[in-house]
Design a protein around this ligand. Sequence first.
Ligand code: TXA
Ligand code: MG
Length: 341
Amino acid sequence: MDTRLLDARQEGDLAAAADLLRAGRLVAFPTETVYGLGALGLEAEAVERIFQAKGRPHTDPVILHVAEVGWVRDLVSRFPPHAEALMRAFWPGPLTLVLPKSGAVPPVVTAGGPTVAVRMPAHPVALELIRRAGAPIAAPSANLFSRPSPTTAQHVLQDLQGRIDAVLDGGPASVGVESTVLDLSGEAPVVLRPGGVTRETLEQALGGPVGVRGRAEAGEVLPSPGLLTRHYSPRAEVHLFDGPDPAVFAAIRELASLPGGVTVLAYSEDLPHLGGLPSVEDLGSRTDPESVARKLYAAFRQADERGAVRLAVRLAPSGRLGDAINDRLRRAACGRVITLG
Ligand code: TXA
Ligand code: MG
C-alpha cells in the first residue's frame, strides 16, 4: 500500500483525508498530544485495520475521538457524576474519559469490555477532519506497538509507511505526551494514565480526591493495557536516574566508559556537568516540563536512529507535566529507577 503524505493546509488534502476515513480507510492525523491513527470508530472492520497496521494486541482498547460534546450521548449508556462537567471544563483538550459504553460501540473498540474511552482533541485539524468524517474516529497513537508515540508526520512514516492509507501533516504536536486517561466508570474517579491534564487540576475541578492506578506488574490483569510497564520505549536500554547531582553525573560517566557508550538526554541545567561526553541531547529546562514533554519522544526516536545502545536520563521534578514525563520514562526503563544516595 502506498501511504499518501497529505498537507493539512491544503483544502484538497484535508478533503481527501476525510474521504479516506469515510471509506473505512486509515488516516494518521495530528492532535495536540501526539499523532493518532484514525479510522471510523463505529465500523468494526475499519477499526480492525488499525490493529493490523500497528501490530497492536486486541486486548488493548482504543479511544473514540469526537468533534462535539453532543456526540458522546450515543456512545455511552449513562453519564456518571462529573462526566459532563469535566467535558465542559477540559474539552477540547488532553483529557480522555472512560465511561460505560452503549450498544453503538463495537467490541473491537473496547477490547470486549463494558466501558469506552472518549476525548475531544484540541487541534483545529483533528476537529475539522472528524467533523468532515461525520462520526467518532477511533485513534490510538500512530506508532508501531511498543514504539514511542509520534509527535510529527515524519515519525508516523518511520513506523507506518506502507501500512496505512495516508498521514495528514499538521506540524509538530504541541503537548508531546498522550492525554490523561480518567476512569469515571467506577465508584471514584481514577487516573489510569497521567497526561496533559494533571491530577491536581482534576482534583481542583472536582473538589475532591482523584485516585491514581499503580503500574501493573508482569502477569497482572491490566485495568488499562496502556499500563503495560514496557511501553512508549526506544530500542536503546534506558537508565533512569534519581538522586543528587554528583552521584548521578558519576554514574553517567561510568556508563559512557562501557562499550557502546551512552547517549544522555539531559535537562539544560545539567549540560555544564556533562562536558566531554560525545552524545548529549538537550531536553530543555527542568523547570519547563512542557518543553521537555514536547521533545521527549523525538529524542527517543533520534537516539534509536543513531543506533544508541543505552540512554541515560533523570527523573523530572514532579508536578505539572512532570508526572506524565516520569510515567513515560519509567515505562521506557521497564519500571526500574536507579536511586543514588
Ligand atoms: O493523547 C492521546 O490519548 C492519543 C491521541 C491520538 O488522542 N491517543 C492515545 O491512544 O494515546 P492509545 O491507544 O495509544 O492509548 C490509549 C490508552 C491506552 O492505554 C488504552 O489502554 C486506554 O487508553 N484505554 C482505551 N480505552 C479504554 C477503556 N475503555 N478502559 C480503560 N482504558 C482504556
Ligand atoms: Mg499508544
